[in-house]
Design a binder for this molecule. Structure first.
Ligand code: NDP
Length: 327
């Protein structure tokens, strides 16, 4: 038996990307064999598809950090042939062969059963970006956030993570304020449910005073750096910030005063090594709380042969919304 994959390899001509027919003997290690139906294109995939091979540690390699499909064979009692599954994280697509293949193999511990009501294509419209947003929403709720407490800020709002965060929060009844550096995306963000837009410039200045007026009931932050530091001083008493990204920088030039005088919480969100129980809860919440029709309208479907080009475009910041790959 054979399968088709997009293989990244290091040759005399540099790093190449070719679509190949491979024998099943080449499948990666794992106790569950999955017929991949859809994968997606993320920034990390763009890196792995680049001229340097990006995050790839061992060649040849099959990238694709997210995938969804149907179990073909399982040596683990938790999965049966025909079960629908989704995979994100665990460094799959970086140090384990990923989803740009019609068939793959993975450890059962790393899979999540696809929740009722979500198709494999829809799961890939969500992908790592959407899972991370939902984990952030769940963390804020766990720390007491409710829609009646006031406006919730989302930074890096036009990005993959930020845009899904806006859609989920708005769908749950929150007043969502979206921070963006791109004026042209105002309509896109209000369509997703943002009630107000704040320009990136307004929040980019380094903290001048450790405490500013209490403005936001909570925040999902994809930017980090001086913007996160600034936002911490504007959070209402007892409120929380879920830190998910570093699009604006990894430094945190902040003061501890908001933690000490306002009981503000800074919650770290990791989607890659997230334990199974929370992953499963997040996917179940995605199936019920994400307005999937909005995401579908923003998603583009491509074929395996278009993936290398899409990878280059995501690195140049030319892609808006989600790109899913039909296997
Ligand atoms: P994108 O590149 O799609 O979006 C990031 C957004 O941040 C941009 O669209 C832009 O939004 C804004 N932005 C970009 N540069 C700056 C800047 N210099 N200053 C302020 N804002 C900026 O990335 P993703 O949404 O996919 O990921 C966001 C972050 O989350 C990344 O750092 C990523 O590594 C991280 N991440 C973390 C995960 C985790 O498990 N914790 C999982 C997935 C991603 P706008 O144009 O609206 O201003």
């Amino acid at each position: 038996m054979s399968y088709t994959a997009l293989v990244v390899d290091k040759t005399e001509d540099g790093v190449t990307q070719t679509i190949q027919t491979l024998d099943n003997d080449t499948l990666p290690k794992g106790d569950v064999t999955v017929a991949v139906e859809y994968s997606s294109v993320n920034y990390k995939d763009g890196l792995c598809l680049s001229a340097t091979g990006g995050l790839v540690r061992k060649f040849p390699h099959v990238p694709g950090i997210d995938y969804a499909g149907t179990v073909e064979h399982s040596a683990d009692p938790r999965y049966m042939p025909g079960d629908k599954v989704v995979l994100t994280g665990w460094r799959v697509g970086e140090n384990h062969w990923g989803g740009y293949a019609t068939r793959t193999r993975i450890a059962a511990d790393k899979l999540v059963p696809l929740p009722q009501g979500l198709s494999a294509a829809q799961a890939m419209m969500v992908g790592t970006a959407g899972l991370t947003s939902m984990l952030a929403v769940m963390a804020l709720e766990k720390h007491g956030l409710t829609p009646d407490q006031g406006e919730v800020l989302v930074t890096g709002a036009s990005g993959g993570v930020g845009s899904v965060a806006v859609a989920i929060l708005a769908n749950l009844g929150y007043q969502v304020v979206a921070v963006t550096g791109r004026d042209a995306n105002t309509a896109f963000l209000t369509d997703l449910g943002a009630t107000r837009i704040v320009s990136r410039a307004e929040l980019s200045e380094t903290v001048k005073r450790p405490l500013e007026s209490e403005t936001w009931a909570g925040c999902i932050d994809a930017v980090g750096g001086s913007m996160l530091a600034r936002v911490l001083g504007q959070i209402k008493y007892g409120g929380s910030v879920a830190a998910i990204g570093l699009a604006g920088g990894a430094d945190l030039p902040a003061s501890v005063v908001p933690f000490l005088l306002r009981g503000v919480n800074l919650l770290g969100i990791d989607s890659v090594m997230q334990p199974f129980d929370n992953r499963q809860k997040a996917w179940a919440r995605i199936a019920t709380d994400l307005p999937i029709a909005k995401l579908e309208a923003l998603s583009t479907r491509i074929k395996l042969e278009d993936v290398t080009d899409a990878g280059a475009r995501i690195l140049k910041g030319e892609i808006k919304g989600r790109t899913i790959v039909e296997l």
